[in-house]
Design a protein around this ligand. Structure first.
Ligand SMILES: Cc1ncc(COP(=O)(O)O)c(C=O)c1O
Length: 455
């Protein structure tokens, strides 16, 4: 069927309630390979978002695909109440790795989709603490189920669905380029964190009874590097400082690694950069390189041991499906055989250097930053600060239009937009991207920017 017919059908029969119609330019893709997507005319697009960091290990990764093909021919389906080898080995690998890195024992519980794993984390917290309210960050994103929406700051996601009595207490994230306190990083003394800490001083600030140190909130749900919020890297000492307060008041620390996990930032878990031990880690997306929607949580033994979290506490038909666990295990094996600890920071540093060079030429690039291969380009007006959402949209649509010629042939560029003002390109390229491919990406981006500026 050709694209025209498909688009006509789409406009009639597909709900527009997902995110497809955020963009003016609607693209139908037919094939993918490595860092590339291809449309029906065979045009090549460099993909710098890799399914919001779900396909970290490249499209059509042969090793991972072969494992999945083998699993289809051996044990493709199995009800989750029965056991299979891949589930057990995957849970063990994740738990053993966390024990080695953080020195804590724990267990893994699988589910499907990131938001549903977030729900499981909320259940574990509620079960352990008996508390319903949670802390989370302004600009944070934890998914679109009702409970995940309640801890996601954007009111737009809640406004049509009634009152959320379990709505989180949203804390300003240390977004230093647009400091919530109007200060500069060099001299702020973590002012945003100090403001949060102050709330624990008196019962009249609403969070805590300082006499018995009982806090009304059960856990703080944290994206160590804020993802949808615009790939914002916090000051390296921030979480260590935050955790001191949380520990004092027995508030659990939940690291949402759904987007930043699996080496996006140069480590398996992004929280590893920040010198704190989480109580719960939530993961999804790249666990299977996007080949299966399996997700999960790891929790400390005291939160999830069979004594406190017995059979039936949570369940979904597809939760530890054998195709997902086989793909997840293959990803963990691939990681073991790779050198991502070195390669990702190296590739990320190279990419960031090229972006910084570009920033020198264009005042509209207000900030570039990143950790590993989680990179951000903040698009602004000529003053380098006022967010320019229109320009950001124009660049994205030009990329999707596939008329760029940098690199010698007609190509497209696939970019994702995030950020509080929807003016940030959140770059999540394949972890295997080469220096030549980075050079090509930067050339294509510059061409799209020039065209959008009307230069
Ligand atoms: C940090 C984070 N948490 C949770 C989610 C929700 O995951 P899913 O879309 O698989 O439900 C996302 C999705 O983008 C995410 O980035």
């Amino acid at each position: 069927m050709d694209d025209k017919e498909l688009l006509e059908m789409e406009s009639k029969y597909c709900s527009w309630g997902d995110t497809v119609h955020y963009a003016k330019q609607l693209n139908i893709f037919r094939e993918s390979d490595g860092i590339y997507l291809y449309d029906s005319q065979g045009r090549q697009y460099v993909d710098l978002q890799m399914w919001y960091s779900a396909a970290n290990f490249g499209y059509k990764n042969r090793r991972l695909n072969d494992v999945l093909k083998k699993q289809i021919d051996t044990l493709p389906q199995l009800a989750c109440q029965y056991l299979h080898e891949e589930k057990i080995r995957l849970a063990a690998k994740i738990s053993q790795d966390i024990e080695k890195k953080f020195g804590v024992k724990g267990r893994v519980h699988f589910n499907v989709g990131g938001a549903q794993a977030i729900e499981d984390a909320i259940k574990v917290v509620r079960n352990h603490t008996g508390k319903i309210p949670m802390f989370s960050f302004m600009g944070g994103y934890h998914g679109r189920t009702l409970a995940a929406t309640a801890i996601t700051s954007s009111y737009r996601y809640r406004e049509h669905y009634g009152h959320f009595s379990d709505r989180a207490h949203f804390v300003p994230y240390p977004y230093c380029f647009r400091c919530p306190e109007g200060k500069s990083r060099e001299s702020c003394g973590l002012a945003c964190l100090r403001r949060f800490e102050k709330l624990f001083e008196s019962e009249y600030y609403s969070l805590v009874n300082p006499k018995n140190k009982n806090c009304e909130y059960g856990a703080f749900f944290v994206e160590p590097v804020q993802a949808t919020g615009g790939y914002i890297v916090p000051p390296m000492d921030y979480f260590k400082e935050l955790k001191k307060t949380l520990d004092k008041y027995h508030v659990l620390f939940v690291a949402d690694e759904i987007q930043m996990g699996f080496y996006r930032t140069g480590k398996l878990w992004s929280i590893e950069h920040f010198g704190v031990v989480p109580d719960i880690i939530v993961f999804g997306k790249a666990l299977t390189n996007g080949l299966n929607p399996i997700s999960g949580i790891w929790a400390k033994e005291e939160l999830i041991s069979p004594e406190v979290f017995p059979p039936g506490m949570t369940h979904s038909t597809f939760s530890s499906n054998p195709l997902g666990t086989a793909a997840g295990l293959a990803v963990m094996d691939l990681i073991e055989d790779s050198n991502f600890d070195v390669d990702v920071p190296k590739r990320g540093a190279y990419f960031l250097k090229q972006l910084k060079n570009l920033q020198k030429k264009y005042p509209s690039i207000g900030q570039v930053d990143g950790l590993g291969l989680a990179l951000r380009i903040e698009i602004c007006q000529k003053d380098g600060f006022t967010p320019d959402r229109d320009l950001t949209d124009r660049i994205m649509n030009i990329g999707l239009g596939a008329q760029l010629t940098a690199g010698g042939k007609k190509r497209g560029l696939v970019l994702d937009i995030g950020g509080y003002y929807k003016n940030v390109f959140t770059l999540a390229p394949s972890l295997y991207i080469t220096e030549d491919e980075i050079d090509l990406s930067v050339m294509l981006f510059e061409e799209a920017l020039q065209k959008a500026l009307g230069a």
